[in-house]
Design a protein around this ligand. Structure first.
Ligand code: NAD
Ligand code: ZN
Length: 238
């Protein structure tokens, strides 16, 4: 297990032009999230749900990673086994920054891929930025079942949480960037590990500042050099 865990959320991609829930704007305001992001969305509102994710997939095509993604990529290159990069984001900006797919743990799915709806088959296909229906008529090439966005909807199981739990159990140095802490609870890990850093734009009611050793309310691209220095000092001393 890695000594350092870097957990990011929508805020790390905000400077790349992908809106967070809170900032709203763009696609999040055009659609009712409870209608298109729920466990029963594909049954109750199939067309609308597929359309929402088609638009979000198309939206990320021209988005570029920012300085924070790039510095995290460099850190991971340098300390491959000592750092785990875990994100709630479904965009591919870490991958666009040059990270290998297997080096980024996506807790809530990955937008450029779609998945067979048959849970036994569950094959995953990379369709890039295209609409789901443009790939093999929206059906699984393996078994013919309809495909779905490879996204964890509200109320669905999130298989990658097992990886998160395994990593945070042994984590010594915890970094939280760009997440309000509403979906994933961060306080107990921050309190438990040796050192914890929080970087958001502003305080969140779901995050206890006292559990963190350092709190930086600033853009991730401004905070990341300080964070990287602290991680390097920690790893060189340990
Ligand atoms: P959130 O919207 O609840 O909170 C965003 C946090 O980022 C806030 O605390 C804010 O202060 C901070 N922030 C905003 N701009 C920042 C910046 N430039 N630098 C540093 N911090 C900044 O986001 P969340 O906690 O990730 O939860 C939202 C859920 O929605 C997640 O589960 C995620 O999967 C999904 N989501 C993903 C994306 C994406 O893939 N890029 C975008 C929106 C939502
Ligand atoms: Zn299938």
């Amino acid at each position: 297990m890695a000594k350092v865990v870097i957990l990011s959320g929508a805020g790390i991609s905000a400077e790349s032009g992908i809106s967070t829930f809170r900032d709203s704007g763009g696609l999040w305001e055009e659609y009712d999230i409870s209608v298109v992001c729920n466990y029963d969305s594909l049954v109750k509102h199939e067309d609308l749900t597929i359309e929402f994710y088609d638009k979000r997939r198309a939206e990320i095509e021209d988005k570029e990673p920012n300085y924070a993604h790039k510095i995290i990529k460099e850190l991971k290159d340098r300390y491959k086994h000592d750092i785990a990069v875990i994100t709630q984001n479904v965009d591919n900006l870490f991958e666009k920054a040059g990270m290998r797919v297997e080096d980024v743990i996506h807790l809530h799915g990955f937008m450029p891929t779609v998945r067979c709806r048959d849970e036994e088959c569950a094959k995953v296909y990379d369709i890039g930025y295209k609409a789901l229906s443009s790939f093999n008529d929206g059906k699984c090439p393996e078994c013919g079942t309809k495909l779905r966005p490879n996204i964890v909807f509200f109320g669905e199981a999130a298989p990658m949480y097992e990886r998160l739990n395994a990593e945070i159990q042994d984590c010594q140095f915890f970094v939280v960037i760009g997440t309000s802490g509403n979906v994933i609870e961060v306080n107990s890990t921050a309190a438990f590990c040796d050192y914890a850093i929080l970087n958001n734009l502003e305080a969140s009611s779901a995050i206890a500042e006292r559990d963190f050793d350092k709190v930086i309310y600033d853009k991730a691209s401004n905070a990341i050099d300080i964070i990287a220095d602290d991680i390097e000092s920690f790893l060189q001393e340990s």
